[in-house]
Design a binder for this molecule. Sequence first.
Ligand SMILES: [Zn+2]
Ligand SMILES: [Zn+2]
Length: 260
Amino acid sequence: MLFDTHMHADYSCDAHQTIVQAIAASKAAGVGMILTEHWDRDYPTNPDEFLFDLSEYFAKNSKYRSERVLLGIEVGMQKHLSVLDNKTISEYPFDEVIASMHCMNGRDMYEPTSYDGLTKQQAVKEYLEESIACLQLYRDFDTYGHIDYISRYMPYEDQELHYLEHPKLWDQVFQILIDGNKAIEINTRRLDLPSAVESLMVLYKRFKDLGGRYVTLGSDAHYPEHVGRRMQEAVAVARQCNLQPVYFKKRERIVIKEGS
Ligand SMILES: [Zn+2]
Ligand SMILES: [Zn+2]
């Protein structure tokens, strides 16, 4: 069974579904699910907005846990928070930890003003340099979330990430993940865009060529109708890049067998 390894519900302030709705949606889509609520300390626009009571999260949601419903977290990395976040990660019984970039140098990548005065070349360079710095500080995670997060929001004519524009920085990102035996996420949010698939494929293939092996497939759903979205497209990308889809249970990597 495929697993949608990235979605948000009751404990993410920007989500519009309950865990019960997400479970029903994942069943209808025929996939397993990992709930990965937002955990972003010191968020620039509102420091506490993307935090929640982790003890309550497990107390209220543990009854839903099963072979096909797992409980994880999506940690938004910022350099100055790595010690605190690494401690939090170690203190709770997550199935899967996604490490993600939502901010760079204290700016919210979602906000158009975060790109003021920057060319695309400068913005992507900063994003990759920040990613490298964070990935070196955050070691306790399972998969690296949405490598194309910046493509959702950066206000440039060409919003795609091109390996050849920053090959050395991309290689560093991938090498840190490979050395740490981490997976990388194929986020399905933008896989309806042929231009996104094309440019992302180059990146995932490079990850493979450098020695990467594992991918998680995640919708990043905030609504029930997006749970399990474009999983087949993600499988096709993984297959073409010769990368193995996996999910995580009790922090252990589980290989998804073809046809299972
Ligand atoms: Zn995210
Ligand atoms: Zn997310």
